[in-house]
Design a protein around this ligand. Structure first.
Ligand SMILES: N[C@@H](CCC(=O)N[C@@H](CS)C(=O)NCC(=O)O)C(=O)O
Length: 263
């Protein structure tokens, strides 16, 4: 049995749901509301000491880290493979998934908090906000989150995060000049890993970031046409939340445009 601890807007959880749906696996979801601080619940911390989602339980075995979970699922359920069958192809795929883990994820968090999550957190009483921040396990993440919550777009790392996304889209445009998917002609975990992040930009009304990148535009259209996209990504976002995300982000497009010009 497969059980996933996850959250609607979590990009990392969406990476895992994409694989579960792509492989047509039965799974049970346990919703952890990370904006209400449910990830800090002592019972959940036993499963995931970093207090983050997702966490997968497979027949009682606990697997953490979305990239690790996705590779695990691809190995444990080999039908509809999502990794190239040669070593070089898998190395190319892992360069993308590593980039997501090492750099893109924190840049996405900066933009998401500055435009959207901070407004949810700021609705809490000051003492609750402090508890929410103090509970964040990783001290570097905690400090950055604190600045995103209190300063929003004025947080010093937000402009770098915007530029990072811009460079990523350039790299994707280049890679997609060679092949239909990011690592050749097979849809792989590289495409899976990037999907929630590109979708996040779109949900925040920032799709203009790839308006001059026709291959990324076509890639994203192919991604959206896959049967896993709606049930794994879109259907989890309540329409009211989606419209606030779009409105908040679109209103700040001039800030993004300005930051990109300054690049
Ligand atoms: N490297 C981890 C990152 C997980 C992560 O940061 N998850 C976010 C949601 S995408 C989270 O749970 N955040 C909790 C918080 O902000 O306190 C993974 O890939 O699973």
């Amino acid at each position: 049995m497969l059980e996933l601890y996850h959250h609607s807007t979590s990009v990392c959880a969406a990476k895992v749901r994409l694989v579960l749906h792509e492989k047509q696996l039965e799974w049970k979801g346990n919703f952890v509301d990370i904006l209400k601080g449910e990830q800090f619940d002592p019972a959940y911390l036993k499963l995931n000491p970093k207090a983050v989602v997702p966490t997968l339980i497979h027949d009682g075995k606990v697997i953490r880290e979305s990239t690790v979970i996705d590779e695990y699922l691809d190995e444990a359920f080999p039908a509809r493979p999502l990794r190239p069958d040669d070593a070089f192809g898998r190395a190319q795929m892992r360069l993308w998934t590593k980039l997501v883990d090492e750099s893109l994820h924190i840049c996405c968090a900066a933009i998401t908090f500055a435009l959207f999550h901070r407004h949810t957190v700021l609705k809490m009483a000051p003492a609750e906000i402090e508890t929410y921040l103090q509970n964040t396990r990783d001290p570097v993440f905690r400090q950055r989150k604190r600045v995103w919550v209190h300063k929003g777009l004025e947080a010093p790392d937000v402009k770098d995060a915007i530029k990072f996304h811009d460079k990523l889209l350039t790299d994707m445009e280049t890679a997609l000049g060679e092949s239909r998917w990011l690592c050749g002609d097979q849809y792989t975990l590289a495409d899976v890993s990037l999907t929630p992040y590109v979708n996040r930009l779109e949900m925040l009304g920032l799709a203009a970031m790839w308006r001059d990148r026709p291959r990324v535009t076509e890639w994203f259209a192919r991604i959206k046409a896959r049967t896993n996209f709606q049930p794994a990504v879109i259907e989890w976002i309540p329409p009211q939340m989606a419209s606030v995300m779009k409105a908040n982000g679109s209103a700040q497009w001039p800030f993004f445009e300005q930051s990109l010009k300054a690049a």
